[in-house]
Design a protein around this ligand. Structure first.
Ligand SMILES: Nc1ncnc2c1ncn2[C@@H]1O[C@H](COP(=O)(O)OP(=O)(O)OP(=O)(O)O)[C@@H](O)[C@H]1O
Ligand SMILES: N[C@@H](CCO)C(=O)O
Length: 321
């Protein structure tokens, strides 16, 4: 479920009166997603998505996310375009929450992407990085290596109740990642959460990229490492080399990877798995009583980490350049 804030008909009509989107025809809460409240919105001019930003999204970061989507959409990327109201602003307030309306994208997300989908995703990711090159705003990645030890501290005492030995192997991984984390790689705007549920396809072609609420300024190859983790493993930890090889090749065909990025891929992939293992672990151990949201399983990423510990070079991820 992802409707934390109920929106009344009257409140929505009043909000919409500030836009040139015609009359409200219908609206409906969207079950998918866990972070924000999302609604399908039908008005006299078409279909849109209405999002009310909930507590985990910092209000100070919203101008970065909204301006970024506008920038990327205008550069031709298939991402939601925030709709401006008559005062020229795309960020408003509804039912006490910051809120925005964005364009609706067609397509479906895939729970079992093929190697060809992974190739298309790699190319789309490189397209996103290229489209963001001249975006002037900067947002530090507050979930990168410096954040992992403090995140782990919130879960360390209980980690072994989730899986035996989890605390010790996480401590050892953190020591290694902190010492080996690469600096100075080509950087810019990254999506930082491009999982399968945030990508729409029509047939084998990418038709939309959504959910820019972790976007930040960081190494491009780290974004690729995040998607390798999300798209190329099964929940039980089985790695699909053909999918990873296709994703890297798809990326490289649009934006040539530099030797330093290729060399850093194993440590970046290990770090990306650590980031999602840790945020999931903290959430898993802190489910609020009565919450309707099902927390995501941290052990899926613990299993990926056991693959990454054995990898030594980009060829282990299917790189064939
Ligand atoms: N621009 C869009 N066009 C079409 N559908 C959209 C769009 N934005 C969101 N959706 C739909 O709403 C759902 C939830 O959106 P989103 O993934 O942004 O949720 P969230 O709660 O903000 O994030 P998270 O996935 O991190 O939990 C998506 O799975 C998709 O079905
Ligand atoms: N994509 C993240 C959730 C982001 O909201 C995860 O799978 O842990």
């Amino acid at each position: 479920m992802a409707v934390y804030t109920d929106v009344s008909d009257e409140a929505l009509r009043a909000f919409l009166s500030e836009y040139d989107l015609g009359e409200l025809v219908s609206y409906k809460g969207i079950a998918e997603g866990v972070e924000n409240s999302n609604f399908f919105l039908q008005t006299g001019t078409g279909t849109y998505i209405l999002t009310l930003y909930e507590k985990r999204v910092s209000e100070a970061d919203l101008p970065f996310f909204i301006n970024l989507m506008g920038h990327l959409a205008r550069a031709g990327l298939a991402c939601p375009l925030p709709v401006r109201n008559r005062a020229g602003t795309a960020l408003g307030r509804l039912c006490g929450r910051p809120a925005a309306i964005v364009t609706f994208l067609k397509g479906v997300s895939l729970s079992h992407p093929s190697a060809e989908h992974c190739r298309a995703l790699g190319a789309a990711l490189a397209g996103l990085h290229a489209a963001g090159r001249d975006f002037p705003m900067v947002r530090e990645n507050n979930l990168s290596v410096a954040a992992w030890r403090p995140l782990f501290a919130q879960a360390e005492a209980q980690a072994d109740t989730v899986a035996p030995g989890l605390a010790a192997r996480t401590r050892a991984d953190l020591d290694l990642l902190e010492a080996a984390w690469p600096q100075g790689l080509p950087s810019g705007v990254i999506h930082a959460d491009l999982f399968t549920d945030n990508v729409f396809f029509i047939g084998d072609a990418v038709s939309g990229l959504i959910d820019f609420y972790f976007a930040c300024t960081d190494a491009f190859a780290y974004d690729l490492a995040i998607s390798l983790n999300a798209w190329c493993f099964d929940a039980d930890g089985t790695f699909h080399r053909n999918k990873a090889g296709a994703m890297i090749a798809g990326y490289d065909a649009v934006r040539k990877l530099e030797p330093a990025e290729i060399a850093a891929l194993p440590v970046l992939a290990r770090g990306a798995a650590m980031r999602f293992m840790l945020t999931r672990l903290v959430d898993w151990l802190n489910v609020p009583p009565g919450a309707l949201v099902q927390p995501k399983d941290p052990l899926e990423y613990d299993r990926r980490l056991s693959f990454h510990r054995k990898a030594t070079d980009a060829r282990d991820y299917g790189w064939e350049g």
